[in-house]
Design a protein around this ligand. Structure first.
Ligand SMILES: [Zn+2]
Length: 602
């Protein structure tokens, strides 16, 4: 992997930082070695066939090759993970020829020759513990398996901590001054490649060729965030919720575990490893199968600080493109299309503050989504899918090592910037993507040839403000708002308690309309257990009584934008809409610095 970034470009990009942050413009010392990390040659393998477009003389596949059929039989929860759970989608040989296996062979338990199932939960646990035991102690590396929670069916959720600190607890890691990277796989149970790839990454960091990176970074790995879904080869968690729309609400124990891990270890970068459907809706709508090895996107939610996006783009995505191209792997922005067959629009990942990608952005973390082409094709191309994730994640780790000092400056700068915005200007309550046209290259399902299509494209790179309000100083919450308070604190939000009765100047919400509804994302309706309350509101300024035992959530804190996303009630992602708050009257926007006695919560 070449050193992907020039100091000249970096200097330009950061030159717009205000003068008070000039320390960031101090000569930017690239790490001496430029942290050039090559992909390890794990296992010898046969020479790699060239990836090329199919010759025109290639025999046409039989019509059955593009038959639209369910890939997997319906799976009910409780089905034991024995034997093959699905067959690959009918898929033409010419398409398959576009995706030759990589020149390396990965050999996690689930990738062994002859296997019909991916790595089981028990095998993942053994693998992680093996890494902790066999870690390169001579190189000063420490590793530990940390229990972080339990799935709905009682499976252990575990993280592997890898560091050269003297211990593996959060305080000791933070004291190293090295940035921490959190890698998360398989939030969606039917997307196995990220999980298998993270086992490879774990081993190579613990005792292999990626281990030198630990001189510059700490790494926390959760290979399988949704073991129940994985055991049943289904997207959702056991109760049918999409945990990757639950990262603000934290209704699932799986999302809670990741929130707590993030709060405690304070990663500077989070990678969320997924897979996307190869045929499915695209075959039905456009008569195509999908081409790109990797779809990439960073956080695109309202109110994100500009320099967080710049860091994601310039320090991470651009090197990622170079790294993937270097392995003959193709890339696009992340995109999807709705379940409505009449809707031919293609959308980038959306703006809602509910996914790992967006919620971690609101925590001022460089947040990266990596998706490989894998949903619905069983084990087809699995080595290539894993190789794509390994290549991408290796690039992210290397970029973090290379940019460690700048990242360590950027984070406190952004935290301070957001805190300083409290009581000032406007905050966006709701943002929308921008309609555009985009040429998207897909594949002909029979010939495998490139099929460029001009599509209506919702761009998340340019957000429009749909609804904005004056940014309050903070929010008052009624004493009964304990569920919301607990969830905010799980995110690491500072919540204070009113110690003596007092009064506050604030804007109360008055309901002007109400309807029941369901949360929507760019795919359609979000899998959820409860309808949401969709309200429209007006604001009334006044002095309100703040009784002892009620709460105050200040916005002059680094997670101020996450608080806004949770507490403005008239959005589909809010704590009010999702019934984590008892009513509109339990929240008041506090519009002047409170002059009341507040105390920390225990
Ligand atoms: Zn997914």
């Amino acid at each position: 992997m070449p050193c992907p970034q020039t100091t000249a470009r970096l200097g330009r990009s950061l030159s717009r930082i205000p003068a008070r942050a000039l320390s960031m413009l101090a000569p930017i010392a690239l790490l001496a070695a430029c942290t050039s990390v090559t992909l390890p040659p794990w296992t010898p393998s046969a020479p790699r066939p060239a990836a090329s477009a199919p010759a025109s003389s290639a025999p046409a596949a039989p019509p059955a090759a593009v038959q639209i059929s369910p890939v997997a039989p319906p799976v009910t929860m409780g089905t034991p993970p024995t034997g093959p759970t699905y067959q690959p989608t009918p898929y033409s040989a010419a398409v398959a020829a576009r995706f030759p296996a990589p020149s390396v062979v990965y050999n996690t338990p689930g990738l062994q020759a002859g296997r019909t199932t991916f790595t089981t939960q028990a095998e993942i646990q053994t693998w992680l513990h093996d890494q902790a035991v066999s870690v390169s102690r001579s190189a000063g590396v420490k590793a530990a398996v940390l229990p972080i929670g339990q799935s709905q069916r009682g499976e252990a959720l575990e993280a592997l901590i890898l560091t050269r600190a003297t211990g593996t607890d959060p305080t000791t890691l933070l004291a190293t001054g090295r940035p921490t990277v959190l890698l998360v796989g398989q939030q969606h149970g039917d997307e196995p490649a990220g999980s298998e790839a993270l086992l490879v990454i774990a081993r190579e960091l613990a005792q292999g060729l990626l281990q030198p990176l630990l001189e510059h970074i700490n790494v926390v790995i959760v290979p399988r965030a949704n073991p129940d879904g994985a055991a049943s080869d289904q997207r959702a968690t056991a109760d049918g919720l999409d945990m990757n729309r639950d990262h603000l609400l934290l209704n699932t124990p799986e999302a809670q575990a990741l929130a707590k891990l993030t709060r405690d270890y304070q990663p500077i970068v989070v990678v969320d490893a997924h897979e996307y459907p190869v045929a499915g809706r695209f075959l039905q709508k456009f008569g195509t199968v999908q081409k790109f090895d990797a779809l990439l996107q960073y956080a695109t939610a309202a109110n994100l600080p500009e320099f967080l996006t710049k860091a994601a783009e310039e320090w991470y995505r651009r090197p990622l493109l170079v790294a993937l191209k270097g392995q003959d792997l193709s890339t696009e922005w992340y995109y999807t299309t709705s379940t409505d067959m009449a809707d031919k629009k293609v959308s980038m990942g959306g703006t809602q503050p509910d996914t790992s990608r967006n919620v971690n952005g609101l925590k001022n973390i460089v947040s990266l989504l990596i998706e490989t082409r894998g949903v619905g094709i069983g084990r087809l191309h699995i080595q290539r899918r894993v190789h794509t994730h390994v290549t991408a994640i290796t690039s992210v780790l290397a970029s973090t090592a290379q940019r460690a000092s700048e990242l360590n400056q950027l984070r406190p700068y952004i935290d301070k910037e957001i805190s300083a915005e409290a009581c000032k200007g406007e905050a966006v309550v709701e943002a929308a993507t921008t309609p555009a046209q985009h040429e998207l290259v897909m594949l002909d399902p029979v010939s495998g040839a490139d099929k460029p299509l001009m599509v209506d494209w919702d761009s998340a790179l340019a957000l429009r403000s749909i609804k904005a309000r004056a940014r309050p100083c903070g929010y008052w919450l009624s004493a009964g708002s304990t569920t919301a308070v607990d969830r905010l604190r799980l995110h690491g939000v500072q919540v204070l308690r009113v110690a003596e009765p007092g009064s506050l100047l604030g804007d109360s919400y008055r309901e002007t309309s109400r309807a029941a509804g369901e949360r929507q994302d760019v795919d359609g309706t979000i899998a959820s257990n409860n309808p949401i309350i969709k309200v429209q509101v007006s604001l009334t300024r006044g002095v309100i009584d703040a009784p002892r035992g009620s709460y105050y959530v200040p916005l002059n804190q680094p997670l101020g934008n996450l608080v806004l996303a949770a507490l403005e009630p008239d959005t589909q992602s809010s704590y009010f809409a999702n019934q984590l708050l008892n009513g509109l009257q339990s929240t008041v926007r506090v519009m002047a610095e409170p002059n009341i006695k507040l105390e920390e919560l225990p």
